[in-house]
Design a protein around this ligand. Structure first.
Ligand SMILES: NC(=O)c1ccc[n+]([C@@H]2O[C@H](COP(=O)([O-])OP(=O)(O)OC[C@H]3O[C@@H](n4cnc5c(N)ncnc54)[C@H](O)[C@@H]3O)[C@@H](O)[C@H]2O)c1
Length: 372
C-alpha cells in the first residue's frame, strides 16, 4: 500500500503523522511511504532522516495526496486540501467532524473512507488515540502553573514545592481522569500539595491507592469545589462528560474568591471549559487576567511540545496503520472492533451517529453497508 504524509498546514500545527522510525516499520512491512519535504520539520525530523528510513520525499503536497491510497495526517484536512479527497482513498487522522459540517459534506461527496483517530474505541470504552494527548496536556498543565506562579510572569511568586520550613503550593485538580491523574503525578513529583476532586468514588479510591505524597481526594460537590478553589494557588480543569459540554464547576464568584496571582489551567476548554470565566486562548497569546487570576485556556496544549506529542501519537497510531497497510481495509474493519468504531464515512455514507445528529444528516450503520 502507498501511504502519504503531507505537511500539516493548520495554523500552529507542528506535529507530523509519521516519525522516520514509523516509516521504517511500515516500509519493512512492504508499504511505500510518500512524505512531503519538510513534513517533519516542526517536530525536529529532517527530510534526510525520512529518506534513510526508506520514504520517498516529494516536494509538493499534491503529489503526496494523488499518489497515496492512505493519507495519514494529524489535523483534519483544511479547505485548500478538500480537492485532493477521492473515492479510492483512506484518510486516517483527527477529524472532529461533529464540529466540521463543511468537511463532512466534502468527504461524503468525494466518497472518501475517513477513519477518525478520536473515535477509534476499545471495547472497554477507552479512546486509545486520544489518550496520549490527554497525558501530554495533563503533565504540561503543572509546568504551566509553575511558570505562571513566578512573580516575573505575573503570579503570586510561589514555588510549587516550597522549601523545608515553607509551605508548598496548593494545586486543585477537577476531574481525576487521564489529564487529572497525569497532572497529579507531576504536581506531587514537584512537591506540591494536591487535591483531586471527582464524582467517581472508585476513581478516587484508585488514585488514593496509586499516587503517593501530599494528596487529598474529595467527592465533587459545590462546597468542596468552592473551599478548595478559594485556597488554591493553581487549579487544573480536567473534567469530561463524554459527548457533552463540560459542566461549569467553578463559578465566577469562586474565581473572584481566589488569591491574586493564582493560576487556572482549564484543559477542558476544548469542550467549553469547566470554569465560568474561561475562554479559549492560543499558544501565541496563552493567558489573560480576570479577577486578578491568571487564566490559561489553550485548546491544543500538546502543540507546544510537538516532538513529544508526535512520538506519543505514533506509539498508538502505528499499530493500526500497519494493520490497514497489510490487508484489505474492509476485512481489517470487520475483524478490529476499535477501528470499526473509528470509521466516520465510507463510500459516500455517513457511518457516525453523533456526526449525523450534529448536522441533521442521514446516518447508515456500518454493519448495514457490509451486508449490502
Ligand atoms: N486543551 C487541550 O489541549 C486538551 C488536550 C487533551 C485533552 N483535553 C480535554 O481534557 C478533558 C479531560 O480529558 P480526559 O482524557 O482526562 O478525560 P477522562 O474521561 O479521562 O477524565 C474525566 C474525569 O472527569 C470526571 N468528572 C466528570 N464529571 C465531573 C464532575 N462534575 N466533577 C468532577 N469530576 C468529574 C470523570 O469522573 C473523569 O474521571 C477533556 O475535555 C479533553 O478533551 C484538552
Amino acid at each position: 500500500m502507498k501511504i502519504g504524509v503531507p505537511k500539516e498546514i493548520k495554523d500552529n500545527e507542528y506535529r507530523v503523522a509519521l516519525t522516520p522510525g514509523s516509516v521504517e516499520m511500515l516500509v519493512r512491512e512492504g508499504a511505500e511511504v510518500l512524505v512531503q519535504c519538510g513534513a517533519g520539520e516542526g517536530s525536529g525530523f529532517a527530510d534526510q532522516e525520512y529518506r534513510s528510513s526508506g520514504a520517498i520525499l516529494l516536494p509538493e503536497a499534491a503529489a503526496v495526496w494523488e499518489g497515496s491510497a492512505m493519507i495519514m495526517k494529524v489535523k483534519e484536512p483544511q479547505p485548500v486540501e478538500y480537492a485532493y479527497l477521492r473515492k479510492d482513498m483512506i484518510l486516517f487522522t483527527y477529524l472532529h467532524l461533529a464540529a466540521e459540517p463543511e468537511l463532512t459534506k466534502v468527504l461524503l461527496e468525494a466518497g472518501t473512507t475517513a477513519i477518525a483517530y478520536e473515535t477509534v474505541q476499545l471495547d472497554s470504552g477507552v479512546l486509545p488515540l486520544l489518550m496520549p494527548m490527554s497525558e501530554v496536556a495533563g503533565r504540561m498543565s503543572i509546568q504551566v502553573i509553575a511558570h505562571y506562579l513566578e512573580k516575573e510572569n505575573g503570579g503570586r511568586g510561589k514555588l510549587l514545592g516550597g522549601v523545608p520550613g515553607v509551605r508548598p503550593a496548593d494545586v486543585v485538580i477537577l476531574g481525576g481522569g487521564i489529564v487529572g491523574s497525569n497532572a497529579a503525578k507531576m504536581a506531587l513529583g514537584m512537591g506540591a500539595h494536591v487535591t483531586i476532586i471527582d464524582t467517581n468514588a472508585d476513581r478516587l479510591r484508585y488514585l488514593d491507592e496509586v499516587l503517593h505524597g501530599n494528596l487529598t481526594t474529595l467527592g465533587s460537590n459545590f462546597q468542596n469545589i468552592a473551599d478548595s478553589v478559594k485556597h488554591a494557588d493553581g487549579v487544573v480543569g480536567s473534567v469530561l462528560i463524554p459527548g457533552a459540554k463540560a459542566p461549569k464547576l467553578v463559578s465566577r464568584e469562586m474565581v473572584a474568591s481566589m488569591k491574586p496571582g493564582s493560576v487556572i489551567v482549564d484543559v477542558a476548554i476544548d469542550q467549553g471549559g469547566c470554569v465560568e470565566t474561561a475562554r479559549p486562548t492560543k499558544h501565541s497569546d496563552p493567558v489573560y487576567r480576570l479577577h486578578e487570576v491568571i487564566h490559561y485556556c489553550v485548546t491544543n496544549m500538546p502543540g507546544a511540545v510537538p516532538r513529544t506529542s508526535t512520538y506519543a501519537l505514533n506509539n498508538v497510531t502505528l499499530p493500526y496503520a500497519m494493520k490497514i497497510a497489510k490487508s484489505d481495509l474492509l476485512e481489517v474493519i470487520k475483524r478490529d472492533t476499535s477501528l470499526f468504531r473509528g470509521v466516520n464515512t465510507l463510500t459516500g455514507h455517513l457511518t457516525s451517529r453523533p456526526v449525523g445528529e450534529a448536522h441533521s444528516l442521514e446516518y447508515v450503520p456500518l454493519q448495514k453497508l457490509f451486508k449490502s
